[in-house]
Design a protein around this ligand. Structure first.
Ligand SMILES: Nc1ccn([C@H]2C[C@H](O)[C@@H](COP(=O)(O)OP(=O)(O)OP(=O)(O)O)O2)c(=O)n1
Length: 235
C-alpha cells in the first residue's frame, strides 16, 4: 500500500518505521516525499566534482551522481521507489528509477542523466527526485543490509575531496539511531509534533463542550433506547 502525506507524517512522528533528516515538511507531497540535491555530486565521465558554487552542472551526454541532502531510514516493513520530478524531466534531464530496500539507512546517490546537447543545471538544495514509500504485506526477512549505508562503495569511485571523504564516514547518516536521533531533535520535527498535538487538543476541546457532549449523549441514549425498544417489541 502506497503511503499518503498523512501516512508519511504519522510515521515520521512515531519514528518507528521512517526517519528522515534533515526534514523539510514542504517536501511532503500527496503520496511522496521530494528529496533535495546536496553539494556532493560527481560526473561519471571523468569522476570529478560537478559542483560549481551553488550549482550542479550536468554536461551534455553525461551522467552526474548526486547525493541527496536527506538521510533516510526505513524499517523492514517499508520499501520505496525513486522517481524523476516533472520539473527535472521537462528541462531535458532524466534519471534511472531505482529502489529503496526495506531496512535501508543512508543518504541516496541519484544518477541524473543529460541526453541533450546543452549543459543543464540543478541548484544545490533544489528538490530533484520523488520518493514513493510502500507498506509491505509482511516484513522483509532481509536481516543484514546487503549494501553499505550511504553507498561509500560507489562514491569512492569518484575523486572525493578530503572533506567529502570525511562526511561519508560520519555515522549520523548511516544508522537508524543517528538519523532518527537528529530528526527528533530538529525544529521541523517539533513543528510536526506540535501540529498533531494541536489537532488532538482541539478535537478533545470540541468534544468536551457542554452542548456538544449533551448532543452526543442524547444521540447515544436515543440509539440504545431504540435498540432496547426494538428487542422488547420483538418479544
Ligand atoms: N538512487 C538510489 C537508490 C537507492 N539507493 C540505496 C537504497 C537502496 O536500498 C540501496 C540498494 O539499492 P540497489 O539494490 O538498487 O543497489 P545495487 O544496484 O547496488 O544492487 P544490489 O543490491 O544488487 O547490489 O541503495 C541509493 O543510495 N540511491
Amino acid at each position: 500500500m502506497l503511503l499518503s502525506n498523512n501516512d508519511i507524517k504519522r510515521e515520521l512522528i512515531q519514528a518507528k518505521r521512517i526517519s528522515i533528516h534533515p526534514l523539510n515538511l514542504d517536501n511532503i507531497k500527496g503520496s511522496s516525499i521530494n528529496l533535495s540535491a546536496s553539494n556532493k555530486a560527481w560526473r561519471v565521465s571523468d569522476k570529478q566534482s560537478a559542483v560549481i558554487g551553488n550549482v550542479i552542472e550536468i554536461p551534455p551526454n553525461d551522467t552526474v551522481c548526486i547525493y541527496t541532502q536527506e538521510a533516510i531510514w526505513v524499517s523492514r516493513r517499508l520499501g520505496g521507489t525513486y522517481h524523476p520530478r516533472v520539473s527535472l524531466v521537462s528541462k531535458g534531464l532524466a534519471h534511472i528509477s531505482t529502489t529503496l530496500d526495506p531496512g535501508w539507512a543512508g543518504i541516496s546517490l541519484v544518477a541524473v542523466n543529460n541526453p541533450s546537447e546543452k549543459t543543464i543545471e540543478i541548484r544545490v538544495g533544489e528538490s530533484f527526485v520523488s520518493l514513493m514509500l510502500y507498506y509491505l504485506k509482511t516484513p522483509s526477512d532481509l536481516n543484514i543490509i546487503e549494501n553499505s549505508p550511504s553507498r561509500p562503495d560507489i562514491a569512492r569511485g569518484f575523486n572525493l575531496s578530503h572533506e567529502e571523504d570525511l562526511f561519508l564516514q560520519e555515522q549520523w547518516h548511516r544508522t537508524e539511531q543517528g538519523i532518527s536521533g537528529r530528526m527528533q531533535k530538529s525544529d521541523r520535527y517539533q513543528e510536526l509534533y506540535q501540529e498533531k498535538t494541536k489537532f488532538k487538543r482541539s478535537a478533545s476541546d470540541f468534544l468536551s463542550k457542554p452542548l456538544v457532549s449533551s448532543i452526543i449523549g442524547g444521540l447515544i441514549t436515543t440509539v440504545i433506547g431504540g435498540i432496547v425498544i426494538f428487542y422488547l417489541g420483538m418479544n
